[in-house]
Design a protein around this ligand. Structure first.
Ligand SMILES: *Cc1c(COP(=O)(O)O)cnc(C)c1O
Length: 431
């Protein structure tokens, strides 16, 4: 940004400008796609200092890339974090986060109301690394406290949980994490920093599936890790990736050298370097373009979702609607506190006709696309019990808000009247 205004820029200004400037080499106004695997060193000393982490600079696109760097700065600015790391997917963001925090034999406390893919990742793949999830109900703070043990290394929640659209009391859960001296990780995919900034309420780390609302157009897979800059990794020896000397970097202690952005550095120079799930620069370019309109899209997504939820809650084939933006909803007060600009695009409702009605509705919708994604400009629908959540036990399905009668919508930015008309015609054909 060339304009030096004394006041900190607002969110919409940051969404367009943060991290970016006209390209110094070509004066291209839009951030170029730096489609290169590696970068020429200035000389041998420069090369040595880059490899030793004594200088910041590009070596190889698995670890850093200038297009990705603009995206990282922008998302860090929007979330109010100290630094961010772009990675190949939302799941890669979760994986690298835990890889930096956990040793074999460690545990973490996870909300039982999460995206089904996260539940699978934690329950099955993480067990192979010796990382054990302890499930707790985010609506029951005592269950979170009770799940904490001396081996607990983190607490993981979603700000707005997929698919139920429920809101977590982040401030209260952050206090529990602080007392246990473990970082609170918040998956902020469904809220995006436009609706809610978890770091403002005490979260230490934010992760994203950029695939969803950050990118916003359903055209690429990506993830981000945001370092809140708040956690003291050097307080004890429980996070050795950050607090103990690294043999591969001449005994450097990352938590000491990099201070309030040490976590993001560790995820990059240990996790991303060794495990390798990098974001393609082309995808970073698409995410940057998407984020420019994030405030406009989230506003419209939330307005449309509220209109659709209100309509469904008065429909005689609908048993219940779970949308935190609806007055009277169980999470309405938490939504008012944490996301006063809107409760997001994703919510669930139940059909009186149960499992079969869910299948019939999905079959008959025309404007809503039946697919496994959220956060597209287009309206999307899925019946979780027969798709995203089918691997879970019935008990886990119900706990995750994905029982047999449940339909999930991700309401797009089309005209609300057209979305309501499509739902009405499809509901008319449901027995
Ligand atoms: C989709 C999603 C993920 C996983 O992200 P991918 O980009 O698909 O790997 C994680 N958390 C939430 C809330 C999601 O919706």
């Amino acid at each position: 940004m060339t304009d030096q205004t004394p006041k900190a820029p607002g969110f919409s200004t940051l969404a367009v400008h943060a991290g970016a400037a006209p390209d110094p080499a070509t004066k291209a106004r839009i951030t170029p796609i730096y489609q290169t695997a590696s970068y020429v060193f200035e000389d041998v000393d420069h090369a040595a200092s880059l490899f030793g982490l004594q200088a910041f600079g590009n070596i190889y696109t698995r670890i850093t890339n200038p297009t990705n760097g603009v995206l990282e700065e922008r998302v860090a600015a929007l979330e109010g974090g100290s630094a961010a790391l772009a990675v190949a997917s939302g799941h890669a963001a979760e994986f690298l986060t835990f890889h930096t925090l956990m040793q074999p034999g460690d545990e973490f406390v996870a909300s039982n109301k999460l995206y089904g893919g996260s539940i699978n990742q934690f329950n099955h793949s993480y067990k192979n690394f010796g990382w054990t999830p302890k499930w707790a109900d985010p609506d029951d703070l005592a269950s979170i406290e009770a799940a904490i043990s001396p081996r607990t290394k983190a607490i993981f929640i979603e700000s707005i949980a997929n698919p139920g659209g429920i809101i977590c009391d982040i401030e209260a859960i952050a206090k529990i994490a602080r007392r246990a001296r473990v970082p609170l990780i918040v998956d902020n995919t469904l809220a995006t920093p436009y609706l809610m900034r978890p770091i403002d309420y005490g979260a230490d780390i934010v992760v994203h599936s950029a695939t969803k609302f950050l990118g916003g157009h359903g055209n690429s897979i990506g993830g981000l890790i945001v370092d809140g800059g708040s956690f003291d990794w050097m307080a004890d020896t429980r996070y050795p990736m950050l607090s103990s000397p690294r043999p591969e970097y001449n005994g450097m202690v990352l938590g000491q050298t990099f201070g309030n952005f040490a976590f993001a550095i560790a995820c990059r120079v240990l996790g991303l370097r060794d495990l390798g799930p990098s974001m393609a620069p082309f995808n970073a370019f698409l995410f940057l373009t998407g984020i420019e309109t994030l405030p406009l899209r989230m506003q419209r997504h939330s307005e449309n979702a509220l209109a659709v939820a209100q309509h469904l809650s008065n429909h005689d084939k609908v048993k219940w609607v779970s949308y935190a933006g609806l007055p009277g909803d169980r999470y309405y007060n938490l939504a008012k506190k944490y996301c006063p600009k809107g409760a997001g695009a994703v919510f669930t409702f139940g059909l009186k006709g149960g499992y079969d009605a869910g299948i019939a509705l999905v079959k008959n919708l025309k404007l809503f696309s039946h697919l496994a994604n959220v956060g597209d400009t287009r309206s999307l629908v899925i019946h979780p019990a027969s798709t995203t959540h089918r691997q879970l036990t019935d008990e886990q399905k119900t706990a995750a808000g994905a029982g047999p009668d449940v339909v999930r919508l991700s309401v797009g930015i089309e005209d609300a009247a057209d979305l309501i008309a499509d739902l009405d015609q499809a509901l008319a054909s449901v027995a």
